[in-house]
Design a protein around this ligand. Sequence first.
Ligand code: MN
Length: 213
Amino acid sequence: MFLFTLISAMLMTTDATTETRIEAKALPYAYDALAPAISEETLRYHHDKHYAGYVAKLNELIVETPYAGQALEEIVRTADGPIFNNAAQVWNHEFYFEELSPSAQHEPTGALAEAIDASFGSFDAMKSEMAKAAAALFGSGWVWLVEEASGKLSILPTHNADTPLRHGLKPLLCLDVWEHAYYIDYRNRRADAVAATWDLVDWKAVERRYRSR
Ligand code: MN
């Protein structure tokens, strides 16, 4: 009985500790699943070093702050400085990894396809506007397809960790244009990396985001 109590107490302590931590999510596919557009080496660095690094740093920073125990999205919406930077990078990367798939649906359908046509003229025009924004973004950042409050879709470039969640916009899709996302495979050719990403973007996942309220 004593042993049982002791083990229960240990388990409860473990639970209490993990509760306040942000857990790194596993990739939703194998490391080599997106090759050759995104190599296994790139994904190992991107997920295991960069993304997991932001998670570890965030957990260090939130110890004994009001953010410990908060949901990731809540931290992203309210924090500033290094806590915001690391939390937003965690959120942005999870959003990015989740929208890619080795068996992607290559085009939007239904209401999302209609909204893209209404906002940009065509799907190709949307992709080209997003690619142009990726090429024009100076330094590190992200390029987003977002839904405005009016229902109009638009392209939003953000610097560093900045994210549409802080601009009252609903994110639907992102491109990671930090050099770490493409330098192993494409060196300085960011435009080629963006072009190759289109084959992996799963519009089924983007449609789910668009439908969710
Ligand atoms: Mn990245």
